[in-house]
Write a protein that binds this ligand. Structure first.
Ligand SMILES: *[C@@H]1O[C@H](CO)[C@@H](O)[C@H](O)[C@H]1NC(C)=O
Ligand SMILES: *[C@@H]1O[C@H](CO)[C@@H](O)[C@H](O)[C@H]1NC(C)=O
Ligand SMILES: *[C@@H]1O[C@H](CO)[C@@H](O)[C@H](O)[C@H]1NC(C)=O
Ligand SMILES: *[C@@H]1O[C@H](CO)[C@@H](O)[C@H](O)[C@H]1NC(C)=O
Ligand SMILES: [Cu+2]
Length: 390
């Protein structure tokens, strides 16, 4: 005999109407306002929240004078690749002045983000967290916080990008180094903790290039989710996120209100030259137990490297590869003097027809040998590779 579990799932449509617009803002920083790309004339963008099984509907109007797309980072898009938002890979971009609706069922839970996937709009602000909750999540908490971390450059990212890819080596991309924003603000939010409770903190890296680290004075962090996948728990003092990564940690609050604490978000990148007092940079936020308690002494972010490839998923199928594909990834200047990323020295250029359409209309062999060097080569410029990777 067996007992069938019947679950009632009420799925809903999560609808957002987004006009993608230029927004001139200083993002609350002490610097000159500059033009970025936002939604409905605002920064920060609306956070998208849903429950597994819901249908996400993004009604998008392109109010820019250039094409745009939105990519829901981390979604597998099984049978809905057309809504993946990778311009000219899975679809054409949305033309200026026109509308497009992204609509797909949410079959994964976890922490994701949605960002522009055309030109450099992502790095000029077109990015927002995307949280999909699961009522049967094995990890329970008493409360939840979301910290989305982004870099905001004082100049349009096209300027930084032009300097980054300048083969003469004469340009300094970091002449105007990035600022750190947490939830769209230079002031990290206060997180209220009740003694004895357990909090889930979702960390989202919406960075262009730098990494960030997160730590809380006097509290351990238990990693429970990496990039939308529930993991076997791992207790650490500090988590480090590369651009586009997401991590959830469970934090057990102290048993009493005796002290308040601080948490730290530090932005850094070994490939970026240090500028004393400016970069690397750090924002500290408050973990508030009480309005009257003194602060526990503020520590530094602990130095605790750990190998994230040792993280294991729970409940996930074991990956047993049955074939291997080898790529030599390079980053450098090709003979035309432009800085490219490449696989096996073949770089990629945005095709005239989206690759998905080509694949659907041509008879393509799935034999990996067909993808050898120089075969079926699309040449993609560095900025597009960066966008593909993110
Ligand atoms: C803002 O920047 C200006 C110019 O760099 C400086 O003089 C001023 O003190 C700054 N204000 C604050 C509040 O940091
Ligand atoms: C396009 O989107 C805008 C903004 O959401 C909306 O006002 C407009 O009615 C839409 N146009 C069409 C043809 O659907
Ligand atoms: C870079 O972007 C700014 C603001 O969006 C624009 O004014 C400028 O013309 C752009 N520069 C280049 C080289 O595309
Ligand atoms: C990758 O580069 C190495 C060293 O140059 C070379 O030995 C190897 O054959 C390359 N592999 C591929 C798949 O191109
Ligand atoms: Cu992405």
């Amino acid at each position: 005999m067996f007992v069938a579990a019947i679950s009632c799932v009420y799925s809903k449509r999560v609808v957002h109407d987004w006009s993608i617009t230029y927004v001139t803002s200083n993002r609350g920083l002490n610097q000159t306002a500059r033009r970025g790309v936002g939604v409905n004339n605002q920064f920060p963008l609306p956070v998208v929240e849903a429950t597994i099984g819901d249908v996400l509907v993004l009604n998008v109007h392109n109010a820019l004078d250039q094409p745009t797309t939105l990519h829901s980072h981390g979604m597998f898009q099984r049978n809905t690749a057309y809504y993946d938002g990778a311009a000219m890979a899975t679809e054409c971009a949305i033309a200026p002045g026109s509308n497009f609706t992204y609509e797909f069922k949410l079959e994964q839970a976890g922490t994701y983000w949605i960002h522009g996937h055309k030109n450099l709009q992502n790095f000029d602000g077109l990015r927002t967290p995307f949280v999909i909750r699961d009522p049967s999540d094995p990890y329970k908490s008493d409360g939840e916080y979301l910290l989305a971390v982004e870099d905001w450059w004082p100049v349009s990212f096209n300027t930084t990008f032009a300097a980054l890819t300048d083969h003469t080596g004469q340009s300094n991309p970091f002449a105007s180094p990035p600022n750190l924003l947490v939830n769209g603000s230079p002031i990290a939010p206060k997180l209220d903790f009740e003694p004895g409770k357990a909090y889930r903190i979702r960390l989202v890296s919406m960075m262009s290039l730098p990494l960030f680290e997160f730590a809380i004075d006097g509290h351990d962090l238990q990693i429970i989710e990496v990039d939308g996948e529930n993991t076997k728990p791992k207790t650490v003092k500090v988590v480090r996120l590369a651009p586009a990564q997401r991590v959830s940690v469970l934090v057990r609050a102290k048993p009493s209100r005796k002290n308040n604490y601080r948490y730290h978000v530090a932005m850094f990148g070994d490939f970026l030259p240090p500028i004393p007092g400016v970069f690397p940079s750090q924002e500290d936020g408050i973990i508030a137990y009480s309005t009257s308690s003194p602060f526990a002494s503020t520590g530094k972010i602990p130095s605790e490297p750990f190998d994230e490839t040792t993280m294991e998923s729970i409940g996930g199928a074991e990956l047993i590869p049955d074939r291997g594909l080898y790529f030599n990834a390079t980053f450098g200047f090709l003979p035309d003097g432009v800085n490219y990323e490449s696989f096996n020295l073949v770089t990629f250029r945005e095709p005239l027809v989206p690759s998905l359409f080509t694949a659907l209309t041509e008879s393509v062999s799935l034999n990996p040998i067909a993808y050898g060097p120089q075969t079926n080569a699309h040449v993609l410029k560095l900025n597009e590779v960066i966008e593909m990777l993110f």
